[in-house]
Design a binder for this molecule. Structure first.
Ligand code: GUN
Ligand code: ZN
Length: 431
């Protein structure tokens, strides 16, 4: 089909225009709906009855009645090089990094290995309905080139960056403050806004960056306000104690990043299990975002994310798999984890909110709400077909739901990659 072709999809259309926690009207649901796509972008989304008369004569329709058509999922924190070490048992984060993560990441000095893993990783994301992710590569620039090359070949909207670490890590993964920044600058000039690729400045976390490397990261971010920044924060109590000993002058873990100018829009902080009210206030003031990683936090025993206080202080939120710390590539399984984490920390997470966090919540955290994560006219046509009847159990359960909330809740708790019937990126079917 040429670029002027109109593609029309009919099914139950779901997307969000605001956070359903604060705005009940933020849910757009068209039970018998249409999604109109032209040239890789959304033309319109709405009720079949309202839109059908405006269609050109003889327009063909892709019929997905009985299925849900919604924006592709956004995974706001994931490590593609850790694909091959998912589900590696360990008593906690720091021994897990030493025993599995660092030796696995060593292999990404080989560009062919990096291409092979990136290819498999992207296939996994697409089969799980994830169309955008914010991705850690390794310390090797080759690992970044490999990832973006594979993403560009599929025309996906991806954000990624070279990990920087100049201390407290094995020699074979160590860069230097100046060298890491120089490589980062070269890579961001090469890849940021090339097609749909976006760059993230990626100091791994405070313990593996010197003061100089953090300082330079903050300065580079200030020089490029449209570039992303990603790191880990306050994931695990042993890590928090380590940061306290490495940065005794700082008020808290988040305060280390604050001191180096790293709190800003487009900064994405993974985990944030162990924050205090001042940390959350500073994040909200600066529009720095939290990437909640529930399956990872449960798997590594890191702790329970505090949804209530994050929402009370209006910190931008999204959810993420954090593979290989996380145990699934599926954002539905990630919702399942988030629900139980919230439950255990005394909060109820509705189905609508979970689907918001996995779509528009991620897009807003990335300042991309006009581009991905919903169906506003002009948005990029990254969308999925969700099948509420994908398994015998799902079919029985969803036949007995009485509301959209119950339907989405059942899909969040029972769904996984089997629930994804098709995935589209920039209007083209990619799974
Ligand atoms: N903290 C620093 N590096 C990592 C990592 O690779 N995974 C997780 N979960 N936490 C980290
Ligand atoms: Zn991580």
């Amino acid at each position: 089909s040429d670029h002027t072709t109109l593609d029309v999809y009919r099914g139950s259309v779901l997307h969000f225009t605001a956070d359903p926690l604060h705005h009940p009207e933020g849910t757009a649901w068209h039970e018998d709906g249409l999604l109109l796509i032209r040239d890789g972008h959304v033309v319109a989304a709405g009720d079949y009855q309202h839109l059908k008369d405006a269609l050109p004569d003889g327009q063909s329709i892709h019929d997905y009645r009985g299925k849900i058509i919604m924006p592709g999922f956004i995974d706001s924190h994931v490590h593609y090089p850790q694909t091959d070490m998912i589900a590696s048992p360990s008593p906690g984060l720091l021994p897990w990094l030493e025993k599995y993560t660092f030796p696995t990441e060593r292999k990404f000095s080989d560009p062919e290995h990096a291409r092979d893993v990136a290819d498999f990783f992207l296939d996994q994301l697409l089969s799980c309905g994830t169309t955008t992710a914010m991705v850690y590569c390794t310390v090797h620039p080759e690992s970044v080139d490999a990832f973006f090359a594979e993403s560009e070949a599929r025309n996906l909207r991806m954000i990624a960056g070279k990990v920087m670490m100049d201390r407290n890590c094995p020699d074979f993964l160590q860069d230097t403050a100046e060298g890491g920044i120089r490589e980062t600058e070269d890579l961001l000039k090469k890849w940021h806004n090339r097609g749909r690729q976006l760059y993230a400045i990626t100091p791994r976390f405070a313990p593996t960056s010197s003061n100089a490397q953090l300082q330079l990261s903050g300065e580079l971010a200030a020089a490029h306000p449209d570039v992303y920044l990603q790191t880990h924060a306050a994931e695990n109590v042993d890590e928090v104690a380590w940061v306290k000993s490495l940065f005794p002058e700082s008020r808290s873990y988040m305060d280390v990043y604050d001191k180096y100018g790293m709190l800003r829009p487009r900064s994405m902080y993974g985990h944030c299990v162990w924050l205090n009210d001042d940390d959350r206030r500073r994040m909200a003031e600066t529009q720095s975002a939290i990437s909640i990683c529930p399956t990872s936090n449960l798997f590594l025993g890191s702790g329970l994310f505090d949804f209530a206080n994050a929402d009370k202080q209006h910190v931008p939120l999204s959810i993420a798999t954090d593979v290989g710390g996380g145990t699934s590539f599926s954002m539905l399984q990630t919702m399942n984890g988030a629900y139980k984490v919230a439950r255990m920390s005394g909060t109820f997470l509705p189905g609508l909110r979970m689907f918001y966090l996995a779509t528009l919540g991620g897009a807003r955290s990335m300042q991309l709400e006009n581009t991905i994560g919903n169906f506003v006219p002009g948005a990029e046509a990254d969308f999925i077909i969700l099948d509420p009847d994908a398994t015998p159990l799902l079919a029985r359960r969803t036949a007995n739901t009485d509301s959209l909330e119950e339907l989405l809740f059942a899909l969040a708790l029972l769904g996984d990659d089997r629930s994804i019937q098709a995935t589209f990126a920039a209007g083209k079917q990619v799974y």
